[in-house]
Structure formats: C-alpha cells, structure tokens
Design a binder for this molecule. Sequence first.
Ligand code: PLP
Length: 219
Amino acid sequence: MKQNHIIENYTALKEKTPSNINIVAVSKYQTVEDIKTLYDYGVRDFGENKVQDLVKKYELLPKDIRWHIIGHLQTNKIKFIAPFVYTIQSLDSIKVAKEINKQSQKHDRVIPCFLQIHIAEEESKFGFTPEEISNFIAEKYTFSEFKNIEISGIMTMATNTKDKNQISKEFELAYNIYQNYKKLMPQINKLSMGMTSDYEIAIQNNSNLIRIGSLIFKK
Ligand SMILES: *Cc1c(COP(=O)(O)O)cnc(C)c1O
C-alpha cells in the first residue's frame, strides 16, 4: 500500500529546502515498505545508524540506493558494509579509519567518508573533538595514508536542546572547522548537519547536507 503521508512530508521538506542542499532520508526506524515508497518517488539517499539494519535493508531493497551510515561503527562490523556502503558519515576515530581502509581495499573501493566532529554537550555522541581536528589541521594531517578512503565531508550533531542560540553556535563552530580543513583538503565539500529538530538552524549556518528522519516518516 502506498504511504502517501511519507511522500507528502518529503515533498513539503524538499519545497522549503534550497536546491543545493542534499537531503538524506534517515530510515533507521522504518520498514522496507516505507523506504520503498520513497524510493519509488525518486529518492535515492538513505541513512541508517546500525550495521545490522543496514545490511538487512540493503539485501531487500533496490541496489541503486545510496546508503549512508550515520551511526558509530564497531570495527568488527565494518566488513559487512564495505562492499556496498555509499558514504560513511561517522568516521570518528583513527582506529575506525584504519579498518574502513583495510576493508575497502579488499573490495577494491575508495569509500567516501565524513569526519564526525563531537561538538554537542552530550557525552554519548562520538567523534573527534574540535581540538583534535585543530591539531590535525596544524599538523597538515590529511589522512592520505589511507588510500582507500576519501575524506569528503564533515558531519556533526548539535546538543539536544531547545536553546537555538546554542545550537546555532555549535553549527557555526562546525562550519569554521569545515572551512579550515577544506583549505588543507579541498576535496572536502559536504557539511552534514541538521536533523528534524534543528535543520533550519543548520541551513542558516551553511549546512549542505541534512539528515532527516522523523519529519519525513511521521504519520
Ligand atoms: C536519527 C538520526 C538523524 C535523524 O533524526 P530525526 O530527528 O529523526 O530527523 C540524523 N542524524 C543521526 C546521526 C541520527 O542518528
């Protein structure tokens, strides 16, 4: 059965989002049928945060879907997504980079990866700290030893708060880091920030990729 509310939600979002901004539909709590509804409408970019769910959905859905992984990766699970994942948005440690590189080499691929930056207050959020990234930049560290990884973006999450000023400040910081790193690595061209609750603030702060789940799939 066609789930028209999904298409309506998506279309409404698309209409109010500037056309240069990529939308990744975060399908982590959604059924294969609901994802297929959006796929049939023409959407190709989907995001999942768990390897097991991603693999299951990959197997059941059309193979031209561009799957983004947006959740923390355990190194022992990277091998399961390496053959097909489109972008890893949650590269959050050198250890993870090493393993992605090793697995993508096995499949003769170069996997696009975003560096996840931890800016939010919550301890539970993964990622490099702004200080770590500043050090990378100061040391002109470009991850170039990982031949099978292409660092193509920065991803971050803001603190889960109602304080719009704080969210805005965090996104502004991410944008600054993005710009600074881009000077060293010009191939970085994606700034992934903004979810249902804060994507408008993210866009005001120069996000060019938003990751939207509940707003698209809500009934
Ligand atoms: C779940 C999730 C999203 C989407 O969240 P919504 O609030 O449903 O839009 C975006 N990014 C990450 C990393 C997520 O885990």
